[in-house]
Design a protein around this ligand. Sequence first.
Ligand code: AMP
Length: 540
Amino acid sequence: MSIFEQGLPRAAVNHIALSPLSFIERTASVYPERTAIIHGSLRRTWKETYQRCRRLASALAARGIGRGDTVAVMLPNTPQMIEAHFGVPMIGAVLNTLNVRLDAEAIAFMLQHGEAKVLITDREFHDVIHAALGMLDHPPLVVDVDDPEYGEGQAVSPLDYEALLAEGDPEFAWQWPQDEWDAISLNYTSGTTGNPKGVVYHHRGAYLNALGNQMTWSMGQHPVYLWTLPMFHCNGWCYPWTVTALAGTHVCLRRVDPQKILTLIREHQVSHLCGAPIVLNALINMPESAKASIDHPVHAMVAGAAPPAKVIGAVEEMGIKVTHVYGLTEVYGPVTVCAWHEEWNELTLDERARIKSRQGVRYPTLEGVMVADPKTLEPVPRDGLTIGEIFMRGNTVMKGYLKNPTATEESFAGGWFHTGDLAVWHPDGYVEIRDRLKDIIISGGENISTIEVEGVLYRHPAVLEAAVVARADERWGETPCAFITLKGEHAAVEAQEIMNFCREHLAGFKVPRTVVFTELPKTSTGKIQKFVLRDWANAL
Ligand code: AMP
């Protein structure tokens, strides 16, 4: 009889549902007195944090919340947001982190669609939440968070968060997920076309991606992690769980403010932070004196949009080591990384930055990535030239879209998750994004990668930010239209100079035919809203 046929038991002793909730119990018992959370003048240990999470879980349970119920939160990166990442799933409930920049209508849609039973909300969002609740037939139980770091605003509910915690039991024996396939969270996509889709994560995927982050970034024990990435976005790329597993310190931050970020990095010897390229861009555009204050190793993980090589280079020059990753809401945040090879250290800063701007290869915790034909799923040649769509499969792909079987089926067609991102595949297996499927420009039958044109624009010394979109054109079908924010001291630069610069570095048909100087519209996660720019371009 083979080993497989021996009938060895698969039982509670050797097979337990994977869940990131196990991390906090271990950290609180091994390092009870280490600092878990820093928020303004507030400090909390892991013992206190774990007790507060259990209080939250038990107080919610006492109010009838349980397995499969949705608890929504409208919170910036505050201690309550970290507590919610443990306290809510501890009772089998599902955490729905709302995007704090959304308007009342979108919030009302999500509360209704996700069937939230409870909403925990910060006073800063009083007006939006008040309006959203007014649109609902069955509003959830609302819990008011009065954060001393904000210190303003009006309560939306008489039920105070601290009072709710006081009702709870700090020793509450929380329930392990019955099944690792149980939902842990619900994250709505930005919904640039139509209603947003509710992406459902499970405990197993959250556990795996939390570990994948650590393996990919080699974070070591006790990282000091600054919350520059909104935790409402893909559960902060699973970092609430990763940093907790490593008995690190969460340094909270209500909003992205480059001066404050530099101050906190210095003050708390921050070792790690994540963010979209615009966060890094804001840092590199700070005065030299402010930037010079970084004198210890700092690591930045960047994703959310393609970081121009110029930005990567400038950040590294500041002494911040960049790790470039890529992912989507549907895959728990980052799942590919531009994995580094030692021999690349010998290259010049520019060359290193160019290599690092590739989106790379899969995390060890994702089972497959390929670039293939969007229709046939036939892999494209690894020639660094042929454009295809990026597909993924593995244990960190979402459960699916809530109450949307058609969209789920479409995005899983052929046994692969369709990302909607277009890329080339290099001979070394590294993926490099060229565009979103819907953003690529087709001019006279030729593809133009907007990311390539933007990469050139960022090299111009006067350019602070740039985005390129298609503009309808009678002769060519589409032509590139560039929207640019200039650095303050270069306000006099003219469109012609930008076009001349592009002509020196790009094939003629890729040079923007139109250049507009303006502020760029962005989403709360730092993505430039290209659909808005396309409207602007076509209204010119
Ligand atoms: P979201 O679901 O809001 O996180 O958006 C995911 C999208 O952001 C992806 O489909 C990409 O288009 C884009 N994105 C994320 N990371 C990167 C990256 N490193 N480089 C280029 N685009 C990225």
